[in-house]
Design a protein around this ligand. Structure first.
Ligand SMILES: *Cc1c(COP(=O)(O)O)cnc(C)c1O
Length: 340
């Protein structure tokens, strides 16, 4: 039976659901894994995750399509990305097949929390892994826990997608050859000060530049960036220190294959940003979030699409990808994973 939740007024906060998935790694192997009702974790005081931040995570959504199927969007991509994150952080890979099965299992167990179609709300899924045994010398843990919890979240845009303002901060997000390309908790720990500061200055997000030269656009703290040129080419920055967003990769595919637009993944200099006509952030949470303004110290960039609504091409990309996700438009093979 559907839970008694006011789906339309949900925000993006943690709401407890009935079950979460847990698997433990010990003696060089993952155990069989199980669902549990216990949302708490008891840890050793010297657990590697607490002392040295050995942890990575993923984020994806389950939701209902127009024909009332419950689906996840490309969970295999999250499985692959988490494998890459784990390797970079000296953690064991949770096998991709098992990852997707565990996502399926935990969504199924919390089916009553999957919001109804049309509410705009979704069931957010958070897989994560951490080093759990005691270490004090700096070295990787030998025991790990992989968990997945779910929590219903509200529509990202309440009352329409208003364009946001970004600023170019005096902080860096990722070092060359660092961990910017993996979904490590540590990348977020060091972004907290920068985001609080941005909010205090009246900006929604920080748009980070490459830390080596401070001349090239990277991404924000939790979303990749797309630009649209005057001749409707979709441009996204190419860099080894950007987190490979699944939404961004899906949008580039949609732009090229569904909308027939030219797409470019290349270095994007901050000096050329004033010549684009549209800009948007992309990630699982909002899919696309229009950007109307970027402030780089003394320079203010105002995109022709303005501060009132999404640019025309951004809107087309948004409508097409959300159409695919909601089952209104035929998806590329394997993009929707039905849960039943
Ligand atoms: C998770 C994340 C994104 C968005 O990735 P999606 O797979 O599209 O949700 C973008 N940038 C950073 C830094 C992230 O951590």
């Amino acid at each position: 039976m559907a839970k008694d939740i006011d789906w339309s007024s949900l925000g993006f906060g943690y709401i407890k659901t009935d079950y979460r998935y847990v698997s433990n790694y010990k003696d060089d192997r993952w155990d069989i894994g199980k669902l549990t009702e216990d949302e708490t974790i008891t840890l050793h005081e010297s657990a590697c995750v607490l002392q040295y931040a050995q942890t990575c995570f993923e984020g994806l959504k389950a939701y209902r399509t127009v024909d009332n199927r419950v689906v996840c969007f490309r969970p295999d991509m999250n499985a692959k990305r988490m494998a890459d994150s784990a390797k970079r952080l000296e953690m064991p890979v949770f096998p991709e097949e098992r990852f997707v099965n565990a996502v399926e299992k935990v969504v199924k167990a919390n089916m009553d929390y999957v919001p109804p179609f049309g509410s705009g709300a979704t069931l957010y899924i958070r897989p994560y892994m951490f080093g759990s045994n005691a270490v004090i010398g700096v070295k990787p843990a030998t025991e790990f826990q992989f968990r997945i919890f779910t929590t219903p979240v509200g529509p990202y845009f309440k009352g329409g997608a208003k364009p946001i303002s970004l600023r170019v901060p005096d902080f860096d997000r990722a070092a060359p050859k660092g961990t910017g390309h993996v979904k490590a908790g540590l990348n977020y720990a060091m972004s907290l000060h920068a985001i609080v500061d941005a909010h205090n200055q009246g900006y929604s997000e920080n748009m980070y530049l490459d830390s080596a030269t401070r001349t090239k656009v990277e991404e924000t703290g939790g979303a990749n960036i797309l630009f649209i040129t005057n001749d409707n080419t979709v441009v996204t920055p190419k860099s080894d220190t950007i987190l490979p967003s699944i939404t961004r990769r899906s949008l580039m595919h949609v732009a090229e294959k569904y909308l027939g637009l030219k797409v470019e993944e290349r270095e994007v200099f901050i000096s050329e940003v004033p010549y684009f006509k549209e800009c948007a952030l992309c990630g699982t949470a909002a899919v696309l979030s229009p950007v109307g303004r970027i402030v780089d110290h003394k320079n203010e960039i105002l995109f022709p699409s303005g501060m009132e609504k999404m640019g025309e091409i951004t809107q087309k990309l948004y409508d097409t990808l959300t159409g695919i996700q909601m089952g209104r438009i035929e998806p590329p093979y394997g993009w929707l994973r039905e849960i039943r």
